[in-house]
Design a protein around this ligand. Sequence first.
Ligand code: PLP
Length: 391
Amino acid sequence: MILLRRENILKDQIEFKMQINIVKPFLPSLDELSTEMSQILSSGMVTNNSPHVRLFEERLQTFFGSTVRPTLYCNGEMGLYHLIQAWKHKMGYTPHETFEVLVPSFTFSGTINAIVMNNLKPVFCDVDRTFVLDVEKLKVDSPDIKMIVAVGAYGNLPNLELLGKFATDNKLVLILDNAPAFGSKFKNRHACSYGYSEMISLHATKIFTSMEGGVNIVNDPEIQDYLIRLRDYGQFEKVRGNIDIPGLNSKMQEVSALVGLKNLDKVDFILGSRFKNIEKYRLFFHSLERDGLLQTMKVSDDVICTYLYFPILLNEEATSFVEYMQVNNIAVRRYYTANHELKYYKGKYRDQGLTYTNSIKDRIVSLPLHTVMSNDELDFLFTTTKNYFIK
Ligand SMILES: Cc1ncc(COP(=O)(O)O)c(C=O)c1O
């Protein structure tokens, strides 16, 4: 059996010379940047709330329709860290105090790290067939629970109305780690229009990028005010550098803002091209799903999902599929993962039952899905995947 698979792997290697990387960032050319780049450098204003950063924030506000101006960061992780910090502060807690936070175990470690680095305690919750929080299973089973951090895994979203109602009914602060979900919508509206405080990552691996970067989109002016200070060490005045809350330096700089602005000019193309590819993936993988070979992520009719990667759930443990794809020059990731099993988190925090998470954690694989893909690349990816199952 193992021998047979090796032969198949070699055969595919000989047949195809193409290579598909896990991501292919959509970026402007040097020509598109050069005029403004030289202005930025000659002005010396390369950071500290500089002109392109402010403009990028204004234009993101128009794009998302938030009531206050979004705030940009050097990366998404720092944005999420400060977003949780700002809410904790507004709730009246000092940095040394703690409470519990409902959060899916099935996410990137960055979600959980941002909670723990704020001296808060994650309570690991389950996801469902959408690979995002199973809202029906959430419980407020302790008075210590004060916050929910939901995650837009793979660009998918939970039912934002139901989750919002659960948070309001139980007086919990609700934050959305929407790092992977630029452009995703619920009932054709961005999450911020439902009152969510959200972080979207602008990392090069993401759907929309400024190379490194992250943005917090909130509707609460008080939170926005804290955020502006938190990314600047907590300073409320700059002469003596006095602070009233301890922040960190996590500001976005001009070059990233310029790249982000150039990409924002093309956001309709980026999302449009992506949706065309998503349709092709869905068509192909749904046919494998109908044959019982794998399962795809369930996306509610209410959700427009921009698919960061294309996750598939295998019927078996993923190692042999991952190896097969790798030797056939298609990079894949075992992503997301069950955080309650990561070395640091194992056994440290309680959970609310993780039956579904435990049943998928070793079978899930993310396939590359780029904004721009040639027909040859799509054919190569689909044929290689299919060959794994039919041989
Ligand atoms: C769910 C989630 N949260 C947080 C992050 C951190 O974002 P960044 O890479 O921009 O720091 C990521 C990035 O992969 C993510 O997927």
